[in-house]
Every structure is written in structure tokens, then in C-alpha cells.
Design a binder for this molecule. Sequence first.
Ligand code: UDP
Length: 370
Amino acid sequence: KKNLIIFGTRPEAIKMAPLVNQFLKNHRFETRVCVTGQHREMLDQVLDFFDITPDYDLSLMKPNQNLYNLTGEVISGLKPILEEFQPNFVYVHGDTTTTMAASIAGFYSGAKVCHVEAGLRTHNVLSPFPEEMNRQVTGRAATYHFAPTIKSQENLLKENILKDDILVTGNTVIDALLESSNRVESLQNEEITHLQEKVDFNKRILLVTGHRRENHGQGFINICAALKYIAEENSSVEIVYPVHLNPNVLKPVNKLLGKVKNIHLVKPLSYPSFVWLMNKSYLIITDSGGVQEEAPSLGKPVLVMRDTTERPEAVEAGTVILVGTDTQKIIKETQELLDNSETYTSMSALHNPYGDGKACQRIIEFVSKL
Ligand code: UDP
């Protein structure tokens, strides 16, 4: 049987890498990888670390790339590949433009579309941001749905997707994390040397990441105000912030936080260096989906700078707290976790609701039986 695995951004690459590598070892399948290059530099770092060489590269990252062109170019770019390779299964991941467009192309080709990380929902279809629409459209185009949790399975059942076409797998991000954490423990590379020179690791490290469109503009201004206040009030902490390359993020962050002594703005880190840094952190403040799924496996509490979430499991399990982009709320919850060791210890000891690192194995067993 023939598999075509398609992805385009950093988080998709991290979460698909263990699936690619396990499929490549399985000789019952011929597996090829296509990247769209929706993120370029950040994607290539991940491919390097997981030692993946794509069979096809659409290289669609262009200055000022927009969603109209990207969607069209993914679909038309995949056409000759799908026609030539004729895969039985097309795998897409998550909720990006690459995911949505590739699922449509896969559907047109007649392949069975397999959606990895299926069934996440905010149910806010009127949101001007594309993720929820991308998830729902992909859900319609897909034949098989690999849901990370029971809750995501329930979301799909409510949309009349057949139970037999859904498999609850856990999230493949945990597979990637567990595979990497041994390799990362004694890691030394240029990024880490640079961090060790700049940052005082004897202090408590607050790790920050943020990129979401819904936070562009006022959201990032509020976030920066909170981080500045926290840094200035707490000389015993170091804030390390790998800043996303999107100019809507890069510009305000550099302007508002560039000169604060104990805030260290660095470039996005390669995945292994980022895992290394998560391990060294006291607390993580983020709007990232993947980071809030990974951090509980490392025993790190997470404050999530979003008002809604398609990942309610972590909020219910108590491993993350939603703080939105309200400056005062970010400050208050951060200060609580800095000052109250009981709150901190109980939060960091909680069980990760996102899986056990065997998601890919379950997916492969399921597809093998089809
Ligand atoms: N990550 C990384 N380098 C960084 C920041 C994050 O490799 O500087 C990884 C992180 O470990 C996680 C993924 O990128 O697996 C999350 O990506 P992102 O936050 O961009 O997207 P989201 O998960 O919100 O879709």
C-alpha cells in the first residue's frame, strides 16, 4: 500500500515526523513525504533533526504569501504528485492551510484521506481566523480520523462521523517528545551555548512563545506589557522568549521588550534546543497548541494566552490555565506560580491528558488492517 504524508509548518513536521519514520521502517507500505514549505526555515530544522528527506517539496513560502494563493498552490501543486504516485492513503495533520488544502487534493485524487490530530474543535465557525474552518473542512474531506483524545472523538461523533472511522490514539507530539528527550538531555549546540552565555540558569526561567493570529495587534501589546512588568518586579527570574518569525509578532515584541535586562529575545529554536529549554524552565507562558500538550509530560505548568481553546483536556486536567491576553491576569497567575510553591508543585505533578507516546503505533496498526 502507498502512503503520501503531507505537511508544511513546524508543528505539523514535529507531530508527523515519528509517523514518517515508523512508516518508513514498515515494508508493507511504500511511504513518501511531501512538504509544502508553508514555513521554510522552521520546517527544515525539524526535518534535519528527525533525519527526514522529503520526496517532494512544493516550496510555497514567499514574501507576503497569502491564504488565497497558498490554498490554490497547495491543491494545484499536489495534483501531478498525486496523479503520478497514486497513493492509497494521504495523511494530513491538524488545522493549517496546508492541512485543509492537501485534504481536498487528496479527496479529489480518490485516495483515503487520514486526518492526524482530528476532532479538535472550538465550534467558533464565525471566527475570522482559519484554524477552526480548516479543521472542519479537513474533517469532511477525510475518511479516517485519528483523534488524540476521547473528547476529540466525541466532537467527531457529534458531526455524524462513523465510530469505526475514528481511532483514539493520543497525540503524536508525545511520541516525538519521548523519542527526542533522551537525545536532548546531553545536547550541546550553538543555540544552547548562546543561551548559556546570555541567560543565568541559576535563576528561575520563564519560557515564552507566541504566534497566533488572534493575538496579533493589541493581544501582543498586552502580553508584552505583562512580561515587562513581571521581569521588572522579579529580579530572580529570567524570561527567555524565542520570537516567532512572523513580522506581526517580531516587530511589537522587539520594540516593547528589546531593552529589558532580564528578558532574552532569541530566534526560534530548533526543536531539540527548545525541548532542552522546556526542561530547564520553571514555567511556560504560551499561545501554542503543541507546547501545552508537551509541557505536562515534562512536569511544567503552562499559562495559555488565549481566551478559547480547542484543547480543553489540559484545562480540565489542570496542567494549563487559560489567561487570555489580559495583562493583569497574566501577571496575577504568573506571580501566583512564582510565589506559591504548593500551587506550583501540585500543578507540575499532574498527569498529561495527551497520551503515552504510542499514537503512531496505533495509527499504523489501524491502517495495516484496512
Ligand atoms: N517549538 C520549537 N521551537 C521554538 C518554539 C516551539 O521547536 O522556538 C516547537 C514546540 O516544541 C512544539 C511546536 O514547535 O512542538 C509548536 O509549534 P507552534 O507553537 O509554532 O504551533 P502550534 O502548536 O500552536 O500549532
